[in-house]
Write a protein that binds this ligand. Structure first.
Ligand code: CP
Length: 334
């Protein structure tokens, strides 16, 4: 699907000196330029300090309304969007399926029609169907943020991953993404994180590998995404500077993808022995939620030197603040 990532909108107010952002929605990483990604990362970097203040609140989005519309479970994304809106003084409404009329059979169209009547400024949506955020973008005046749609995209996850890698470039002996080798390992087929990162990291200049069994790699991945494909961990991890493990998404599988989770870990799990095949300073990432002992060993996941998994979560808050800020055309930072 050709994305309409950051489709042209009515023109958000921009931070002085930046002209790359005049877009209305964040629907995907596909189609986003390096400059557009750079603007979000710069904004996130400058907003990070708000989260370390004694009083963690700025008036930037006062008077703006953000609706979080989650049709799938979430810990990190929903919480960080809520916190991001609240730390910038927006009115944040959390709408979850179980507590809404969707559980009584209301359609997405009717839900959207009712949201429209409330005139929100931003709607953040997570939905099991690919394309649901695009549907909202067609029917609402609000800015739409894709917080994960089916197997399609999860752009704010990719942005926080790129920010986390950027934070670690120097320890990897680099000053830019060009030539950086990133191995995205495991259940790529069902992963919107892998897709968004394939687009986003390629745009930044990184070399991306998809590493996993043939049953869990999308067909024609090399041609579609411009990635290298490896069907064994040894070659996939060789020299990789960033090792991004993916959750085994059993809820999206209908039979036959793998024999057992135990066998999966044996062949595809990241343990110390496998991590030693990557570059000496390689960092370990995981979008969460993690299945310890299935795709990643606990001691690797908790390694304070190599794992940056909780840094990803912290950066997620800053990135989501930046995205809301840019889409709402925020004023002063406070
Ligand atoms: N990475 C991620 O999307 O996590 P949640 O499902 O907890 O939001």
């Amino acid at each position: 699907m050709r994305s309409t990532a950051f489709t042209e909108g009515s023109g958000s107010e921009m931070i002085a000196g930046n002209s790359a952002w005049s877009k209305k929605h964040l629907l995907g990483m596909e189609g986003l330029t390096r400059e557009e990604i750079g603007v979000i990362l710069e904004t996130a970097s400058s907003l990070r300090e708000v989260n370390h203040r004694d009083i963690k609140k700025v008036p930037t989005l006062r008077g703006k309304t953000v609706i979080n519309l989650f049709f799938e479970n979430s810990t990190r994304t929903r919480t960080s969007f809520e916190l991001a809106g609240k730390r910038m003084s927006a009115d944040v409404i959390n709408f979850s399926v179980n507590a809404s009329s969707v559980s009584k059979g209301e359609s997405l169209y009717d839900t959207v029609a009712n949201l429209k009547a409330m005139n929100p400024d931003v709607v953040v949506i997570r939905h099991p169907e690919s394309g649901a955020p695009q549907f909202l973008a067609h029917h609402l005046d609000a800015a739409i943020v894709n917080a994960g749609d089916g197997r399609h995209e999860h752009p704010t996850q990719s942005l926080l991953d790129i920010l986390t890698i950027d934070d670690n470039l120097l320890r990897l002996g680099r000053t830019e993404f060009s030539g950086l080798t990133v191995a995205i390992c495991g259940d790529v087929l069902h992963s919107r994180v892998a897709r968004s990162n394939a687009w986003g990291l390629a745009t930044m200049g990184a070399r991306v590998r998809f590493v996993g069994p043939p049953t869990l790699i999308p067909p024609h991945a090399a041609e579609v995404f411009g990635v290298e494909v490896h069907h064994d961990m040894e070659s996939g991890l060789a020299g990789a500077e960033v090792v991004m493990m993916l959750r085994l998404q059993t809820e999206r599988m209908q039979g036959g993808f793998l024999p057992s989770t135990r066998e999966y870990f044996h062949y595809w799990g990241l343990d110390r022995r496998r991590l030693a095949m990557a570059a000496p300073e390689a960092i370990v990432m995981h979008p969460g939620p993690m299945n310890r002992g299935v795709e990643i060993a606990s001691d690797v996941a908790d390694d304070p030197e190599r794992a940056v998994i909780l840094d990803q979560v912290a950066n997620g808050l800053a990135v989501r603040m930046a995205v809301l800020y840019r889409l709402c055309g925020g004023g002063r930072k406070g």
